[in-house]
Structures are given as C-alpha cells and as structure tokens.
Design a protein around this ligand. Structure first.
Ligand code: GLY
Length: 509
C-alpha cells in the first residue's frame, strides 16, 4: 500500500507471500474466498474454492463393502480438488492498482532466498515429516534430514520456479504449460485424478454477496459454497430475537442460547447446504426472519437441547486455513480466507513445482452421515460430483455502519469458523467489547453433531459446571479459530487485532 497499491493489492501480495512462508495453510494448491467492500461502495465476493476433478464421483472414497476410506479423502493425491487460488488472485487483481508482477515479487524472493523458521514452524514441519515421506513421490523441501530447528532457513527453489512462471504467463503459468504438466505428472505417479483438462477449465467466480441487516448494521459475507453465507445470517437472525445483551458475556444463559442457535444452524448445514451450481438450496427460506423464529420455538432456556430431537428445519422443501483482513485510506475493506483444508493439505507436494496440494475433497460428504475430519456430516446436497465445489465453512465478513466499513473479520478453524465469526460479532455488537477482548476471550462451539459443546481451555469453569448440570456434554479442545479483526471506530481510530492463539501479526501505517 505504501507503493501506491490499495487494500486489494495488499491482499493479493499477502496471499502470495503466505503461499511461501506459511506452507501449513497459505497456498497455491488450495482455494479460498475474498469478500470486499470497495471505497466506491461496491460489494464483491470472489469464489476460488477448489472443484472436484472431472473423474470424481459420488462413491469414490467407498471400498467394495461400502465403507468410507477417509485416509484417501484426507491425505495423498486423491484427496486434492482442482486448485482455485491462482485463478482467484487474478480475478481479485481486477480491483487492484499495481501490476501483478510487482505483487508477486516479494513471494518469489521469499521462496528463492528463503525465510527463517520460528520454533513453532520448525516443530510443525518436523511433526509432519513422516507423513510428507509417505505421501510424496519426490521428497519436498519441507523435509530436512535431522529435522528443522528455530533459526533455520527454508528455501523453496521449485516453488520459486512456479511463481516465476505465474509472473511470466499469468494464470496460464499455473493452469497450462509447465506447471500444469508437472501437476498431471504428479497425479500419474501418485494415482491421482486431476487432469490437464480440469486445470484448463478451472475458473474463479464472482458471486453476488450475501448482505443482511442486523439491527441497522449491514453485514456482508460470502455466499455458498461458504456455509457461512447461510449460517451467519441464520444465527444472527436467531439471536436478534433474544435478549442476549441482558444475559451478558459468558453468562450461562448467553452460552446456552448461543449453543442452541449453533445446534439448529449446523443441523440445517448438514442437510441442506452444498454447491448452488449443482444443488438447489433454499437459501432465502433458511435466512429469513420467520424461519429463525420458527426454529427457536422449541428452545428451552432451562434445559439442554438434543441433536436427536433437533433435526434440520422442515422447509417446503489439525484443521488449517488462514485469514487476513485489510483496510486502506480510500475506504477499501478486504477480507480473505484461504485454505488447503487440513494442515499442509494432502501432504502431497507437486514434484518439481514445490507447492502442496489441498485435501479439500474431504469437505464433501464422502458418505451420508459419515463425519469428515471436522466431525461434520452431510448428505445429497454436498455429495461428490465432477466439477462441483465442496461445502466450506470459510466466512470472510465485513460489517458496515452508516454504510461505511466498521468491522472486517474472519478466521480459520474448519467448522468452528462460522461460530467464531458469529461470536466475534455478538461480542462487538451486543456485548460492547473491546476489539481485543472480542477476539481473545475464550470461545465455544456446537455443531449439532457431535452433540457436545467444545470449549477452550480458559473457558470459565463455573459456566462449564452449570451447563453440565443442565445436561450438556462439555469437551475441552485446543484453540477455536484465529480471528483477525479490524475495527474502524466511529471516531476514525482504526484498531487491528491479531489473535493471541497463533503467531499472528497486525500492522498499520
Ligand atoms: N476446509 C475448510 C473449509 O473450507 O471450511
């Protein structure tokens, strides 16, 4: 931005840099969503979610006895969807100001000259070394004999070569020519199914944003295939009808209410949500206020609900993703969530091209009722079909106040993404919290199945105890999300908060 670019330039350059310095989730071989509110008042969303390859089919992960083979949907060549990120970056570039060659240059230098690993990064790579060895046909740069330690420099020459081909040929530098050839050769060595045709035919898609009102705020978020585009308005509609502010942050009543809201929304996710290009999803009904009212009719503030009793509403018919938020002086706000799915995706690196492939195929429902790596279940709406995009939880979101960007947020975290965004918004809009508290205070999560409330380690013990007495099953888990938040306060002060749960960073000038 100091070189004259806008927030979109910064978002593109950041994604490219993350593809080098954050191999766990930053990517060329994955996909993502960008939501933006441009200074001229335009709202836009760009969908560069991966697609199922042309040879994919509904039962591709079932063995002869019909059992789901999750090892195939989660790791190795067959787990990868057709990557969307590079097409997405070039679609985003329509809204940027600087030449793409300028934006990609820092990433090339980081790959070519290397970057210094932190202790966490070194440990994380070492933890995956065995799996890298198992799922690759050529040993990738991520494996070092004797292991990595803090202060080592990770150089990625093959990745630099791929980035240079993109610099020279644009989108075709990835989806055609040498990079495409290397991907197809990798597929042949590892019995994967992504073809040259799949790559050539991939395109990102600009979709009409989901824009909904919450007590006078205008909330802009990503439509399907982001489940957040349905779940966030649904949950905000349900909570708008309840006195959550009066209950107070982390009161038993507020946590129980929000749990029951999350339960109902995620039950609908499992049944109704999938790629709208392939499946008719009753979005307008799901996000309507009367439907939210109907869904909460059986809510009992005195006792734990149950996911057996609460099914989808009746209508007339080592998780890793990464998020960042950008805001500039021209009023452009950009919110980007991008992913390989699990940490290091499929763990398969394209030989001589140096980038990891996603394991996004696991975000499809590989068999009705069989949970994926996030424990999420699905049905027909999210069944595998050639060319279809798998359902996502990524929920990059922008809130407008008086028609101007107020909150820019999003998070990684698999199925906990939508509840983290929901809770961050409720923390700011209902509990009047500081930006820092809205991000860093302990979060909780309910996703219908499994029927349990997951809480972070520092979630208040007394609230846990009381919820347990009401009949809830409580499980403790690691971090819920790594929420990156910018708040533009009414006095013009801009606050950027990097989640304390990770090695995250906020900067401004
Ligand atoms: N793979 C994480 C998500 O898209 O929800």
């Amino acid at each position: 931005m100091k070189a004259g670019g806008n927030a979109m330039d910064a978002a593109i350059a950041t994604q490219l840099a993350l593809a080098v310095v954050y191999p766990g989730a930053g990517n060329l071989g994955g996909g993502g969503f960008t939501v933006a509110r441009m200074g001229d008042g335009t709202n836009l969303t760009i969908d560069y979610r991966e697609k199922a390859p042309g040879k994919a089919h509904r039962d591709m992960y079932l063995d002869a006895a019909g059992n789901a083979q999750l090892s195939l949907s989660q790791h190795g060549h067959l787990a990868a969807g057709v990557p969307g990120t590079v097409a997405g970056l070039f679609t985003c570039h329509k809204y940027a100001k600087l030449p793409f060659v300028t934006l990609i240059q820092p990433a090339i230098e980081l790959a070519e000259k290397g970057f210094v690993l932190t202790d966490d990064e070194a440990r994380s790579l070492n933890r995956s070394a065995e799996s890298f060895a198992k799922h690759n046909t050529m040993m990738p740069a991520f494996v070092r004999s004797g292991g990595w330690k803090a202060g080592d420099t990770l150089i990625q020459k093959d990745l630099a070569g791929t980035l240079k081909r993109i610099r020279k040929k644009g989108q075709a530098g990835f989806y055609e020519g040498e990079t495409a050839r290397l991907i197809v050769e990798e597929m042949q060595r590892g019995r994967g199914i992504i073809s040259a045709e799949d790559l050539k035919n991939y395109s990102a898609k600009e979709r009409p944003p989901v824009v909904f009102d919450y007590k006078g705020y205008s909330i802009i978020t990503m439509p399907l295939p982001s489940s957040g585009g349905v779940l966030l308005p649904q949950m905000m509609n349900m909570i708008a009808q309840q006195p959550v502010k009066k209950y107070g942050f982390h009161s038993v009543q507020a946590v129980q209410l929000m749990t029951e809201i999350e339960r109902r929304a995620y039950a609908d996710r499992a049944k109704y949500l999938g790629d709208v290009d392939f499946y008719k999803v009753p979005v307008q009904q799901l996000i309507s206020e009367p439907y939210a009212r109907e869904r909460m009719k059986d809510y009992d503030p005195q006792k734990a609900g149950s996911s057996t009793a609460t099914q989808a509403g009746m209508l007339p018919e080592s998780e890793e993703t990464t998020h960042f938020s950008v805001y500039d002086s021209a009023g452009n706000a950009v919110s980007v969530t991008t992913t390989l799915n699990g940490g290091y995706g499929s763990h398969t690196v394209v030989g001589r091209a140096g980038f990891l492939l996603n394991n996004e195929m696991d975000d499809f429902s590989v068999k009705p009722g069989v949970p994926n790596m996030y424990g999420a279940v699905g049905a027909d709406a999210n069944a595998i079909a050639a060319g279809k995009r798998m359902l996502s939880s990524m929920t990059p979101t922008i809130v407008l106040k008086n028609n101007k960007p107020y909150i820019i947020t999003g998070t990684p975290g698999g199925t906990t993404i939508t509840t983290s965004v929901f809770q961050t918004l409720v923390n700011l809009l209902e509990f009047d919290m500081s930006a820092e508290d809205a991000v860093n205070k302990p979060k909780f999560h309910h996703q219908w199945l499994p029927d349990e409330i997951a809480v972070e380690k520092d979630f208040p013990q007394s609230v846990r105890d009381q919820l347990q007495q009401m009949g809830y099953k409580i499980v403790q888990r690691g971090s819920i999300g790594r929420t990156e938040l910018i708040v533009v306060w009414p006095n013009g002060k801009i606050e950027a908060i990097a989640d304390k749960r990770g090695e995250d960073h906020a900067a401004g000038f």
